[in-house]
Ligand binder design. Structure first.
Ligand code: 3PG
Ligand code: MG
Length: 404
């Protein structure tokens, strides 16, 4: 773990640069958190947005917060995807009331925004209940834009989307001479994810896992240009094994991608490090019949995790790295003992002195479950967004913000 905060911050103004006293800040957040029957099962995205929210309130501003939740149809309210439980949780975290508007640009939102005093917070209902959010509708954007004196993008998990609240709203506000800035969460995410790719300390190691090669093709193509080595685990390793002419038994593979995988191996040479052994079983269950293989996997068995030799190999490579980016679990970590590979990688990353960045989604969940999240430098709140950063893409929602 190394502190990257001395690195040049992203070249966009942040909310800290704006005098917000007496101003209404329209802040896009990503409160798209997992819910189980109305109960929030992981509130990290909410907690990570809190510092920017508090900074506005402490400096005498007020906040209109807007977010999506899930993927509603876009033709009106769907009670299971209401943001109301999130307003309650945010109120607990802030220790002050958070008003909740039952619509986005309707009468209730209008009244609650108009009633905001300095230090007040209102959360609007799920933006995606209106199909204009995804379509980037101009009228919808103009109505939202009118709610704020300052626009703040604090929604890293949604930065790869060009939806109304991400792009049309800040453009409209900028055209009216209002500031459009990044929140501290977005600033930190971009600094780490873009920062390590732009000027990594070497050796720069990427660790990629997860089920599908197809999800990671562009990531691998981009990282092959930048990294010194890419360790590959998870089920995607079996498609690479297939590409090398190995038998993979009943492992999860994408046969249609073996040619692409073979081309990557050809191009990557020594840079691509594949598992040297696999932890296999006859089915995904803790009480399954298990087998460690090195090379071919027999029929009736499927690879479910990297094997013990691979755990050692990967841990050694991680220990020697100065920069590590990790995205995707090494095996079926929800079902022990097939969590051993993911656990070994997480422990090696936590123990290393490298700058360590964990892409969102499953690897972020894994490092949290293992209690190691505070021993790495950055755990992204973005799934798709962090992958697109690793693909080398830039985001309109960030680029359009005011330059420093
Ligand atoms: C996410 O969780 O990936 C973000 O909140 C964006 O949501 P989306 O993938 O439905 O656009
Ligand atoms: Mg997504």
């Amino acid at each position: 773990m190394t502190d990257l905060s001395h690195r040049a911050p992203a070249a966009r103004r942040t909310i800290a640069d704006v005098d917000v006293a007496g101003k209404r800040v329209l802040m896009r957040v990503d409160f798209n958190v997992p819910l189980d029957g109305g109960a929030i099962t992981d509130d990290r995205r909410i907690r990570m947005a809190v510092p920017s929210i508090e900074s506005v309130l402490e400096r005498g501003g007020s906040l209109v917060l807007m977010s999506h939740l899930g993927r509603p149809r876009g033709d009106g309210p769907e009670p299971a995807l209401s943001l109301e439980p999130i307003a309650a949780r945010l109120g607990e975290l802030l220790g002050r009331p958070v008003a909740f508007a039952r619509d986005t640009v309707g009468d209730d939102a209008g009244a609650k925004v108009a009633a905001l005093d300095d230090g007040g917070v209102v959360l609007l209902e799920n933006l995606r209940f209106d199909k204009a959010e995804k379509k980037g509708g101009e009228d919808f954007a103009a109505a939202l834009a009118a709610f704020g004196d300052v626009y703040c993008n604090n929604a890293f998990g949604t930065c790869h989307r060009e939806h109304a609240s991400m792009v049309a709203v800040p453009r409209t506000m900028k055209a009216a001479g209002k500031p459009a800035v990044a929140g501290s969460l977005v600033d930190k995410e971009i600094r780490y994810l873009q920062g390590v790719l732009a000027e990594p300390e070497r050796p720069f190691l990427a660790i990629l896992g997860g089920a599908k090669v197809s999800d990671k093709i562009v990531v691998i193509d981009n990282l092959l240009e930048i990294c010194d080595a890419i360790l590959i685990g998870g089920a995607m390793a079996y498609t690479f094994a297939l590409a090398r002419g190995r038998a993979v038994g009943d492992s999860l593979v994408e046969p249609e991608f073996t040619e692409r995988a073979a081309a990557m191996l050809e191009r990557g040479g020594d840079k691509i490090v594949l598992p040297v052994d696999d932890h296999c079983a006859d089915r995904i269950a803790s009480d399954s019949e298990k087998l460690i293989t090195a090379g071919d996997i027999p029929d009736g068995f499927r690879g479910l995790d990297i094997g013990p030799e691979t755990r050692k190999l990967f841990a050694e490579r991680i220990a020697g790295a100065r920069t590590v980016v990790w995205n995707g679990p090494m095996g079926v970590f929800e079902t022990p003992p097939f969590d051993a590979g993911t656990r070994a990688v997480a422990e090696a990353v936590a123990a290393s002195e490298a700058v360590s960045v964990i892409g969102g989604g499953d690897s972020a969940a894994a490092i949290q479950q293992l209690g190691l999240a505070d021993r790495v430098d950055h755990v992204s709140t973005g799934g798709g967004a962090s992958l697109e950063m690793l693909e080398g893409k830039s985001f309109a929602s960030f680029e359009l913000l005011d330059e420093r």
